[in-house]
Design a protein around this ligand. Structure first.
Ligand code: FES
Ligand SMILES: [Fe+2]
Length: 381
């Protein structure tokens, strides 16, 4: 089986590099008669996106976030329940996040209209008792919000129900003794940023820090990938990697790396009862700005001592991605095509297949059916 999306004729390749590209993304991944051509270029509309740490939502405080071009105000009721509303007062468009929240209702700072956390208007204090204008029909758009793995997640989808459940939220699966979170904004599209989560080919070139990759040599890798709900998982037991991060765990850990729509990478490392989880989430802020959130959790209290070391290393790692992604985005802005080539790029092709299937399942009102099969991949890194 050819692993390039379209292989050029031998004499064509060198002469016209564009000929290789062309159908690369379009024919197999993006173009599909059943879907609006723009749909594949946008982040999945009906999906859960990380909007920051749970503990950033303090009772009584409001927090403004951006999600897929939408301004959203987040908060936590006195009862502890989080909420997410469009950050826009229907009266004159004022940002509600600039107003007050008493644990029960938000007050717009412009003319004092009050809204419940369900978005319904509760009071227009400037109305005369003799004015019979009815404010009960006024409402702010409300978005579903959940909490999982220490983060808040919002689904920004506003269309009719699709009958096709979105990918499940990431869960942690153990009680963490500690956690370090690093967030970084990348000036690149959601797709380009998300591809970096499934791209084994960039690791040797981008993440070449001594503490992560002590050896500079490229080595042959063989891994088995299996389809998992809304994604795929790479499993390896008794890893022989010489990375000091794994060595810290002692023994031979097993490592499982799951990718899941819309842009979630879950790396789980186990050695006996020891657990480390390294989760990365991509969140579309605007068309060309994406938030990368990297959370490292562990269940051994002794590792808490490493927190001050872990944070700058994680930031360095994420910054390495940020820098190349921003330069690559500039290249894609000049010419928006990619060549997905060789087995190392198959996970990137799978990302587009998964996304297309999610869009088609939603359009047809049916369950997601994985388009992937178990497969062994070989690459050098
Ligand atoms: S803009 Fe919000 S009350 Fe007027
Ligand atoms: Fe990376």
């Amino acid at each position: 089986m050819s692993t390039a999306l379209r292989m050029p004729a031998p004499d064509e390749a060198a002469l016209d590099p564009d000929a290789i590209h062309s159908d690369a993304i379009h024919s197999d991944a993006i173009h599909s008669d059943a879907l609006h051509p723009d749909a594949m270029r946008q982040p999945l509309p009906d999906a859960w996106y990380c909007v920051g740490r749970s503990d950033a939502l303090k009772a009584g405080a409001l927090r403004a976030v951006e999600l897929n071009g939408e301004q959203i105000v987040l908060g936590r009721e006195a009862s502890g329940a989080p909420f997410a509303l469009r950050d826009r007062c229907p009266h004159r468009g004022m940002a509600l996040s600039k107003g007050r929240f008493d644990g029960d209702a938000l007050t717009c700072p412009f003319h004092g209209w009050r809204f419940g956390t369900d978005g319904r208007c509760r009071d227009v204090p400037t109305l005369s008792a003799r004015d019979n204008a009815d404010f009960s029909r006024i409402a702010v758009q409300r978005f579903p919000i959940r909490e999982s793995a220490g983060f808040a997640w919002v689904n920004p989808y506003l269309g009719p129900p699709t009958g096709s459940p979105a990918a499940a939220l990431p869960e942690l699966g153990f009680a963490p003794a500690g956690c370090v979170v690093v967030e970084l904004v990348v000036e690149a599209s959601f797709d380009l940023t998300t591809l970096s989560l499934v791209d084994p080919g960039h690791v040797a070139f981008v993440h070449d820090s001594w503490w992560f990759r002590p050896s500079k040599e490229l080595r042959e890798k063989v891994k088995t990938f299996t389809p998992t709900p809304h994604g795929f998982t790479m499993t390896s037991h008794a890893t022989t990697t010489s990375s000091p991060v794994y060595r810290l765990l002692g023994g031979a850990p097993s490592v499982e790396i799951e990718f899941r729509l819309p842009g979630v990478r879950l790396e789980r490392i186990e050695a006996g009862t020891k657990r480390v989880a390294n989760y990365t989430f991509a969140t579309p802020l605007t068309q060309n700005r994406t938030m990368l959130t990297n959370a490292l959790y562990w269940n051994m209290p002794a590792l808490n001592l490493l927190k001050p070391i872990a944070r700058p290393l994680m930031r360095q790692f994420l910054t390495q991605d940020q820098q190349v992604l921003q330069h690559a985005q500039a290249g894609l802005d000049r010419k928006p095509t990619m060549v997905l080539f060789g087995q190392g790029d198959l996970p990137s092709q799978w990302y587009f297949r998964l996304k297309r299937e999610a869009l088609q399942a939603a359009r047809e009102g049916r369950d997601f059916v994985t388009p992937l099969a178990t497969q062994e991949l070989r690459w050098r890194s």
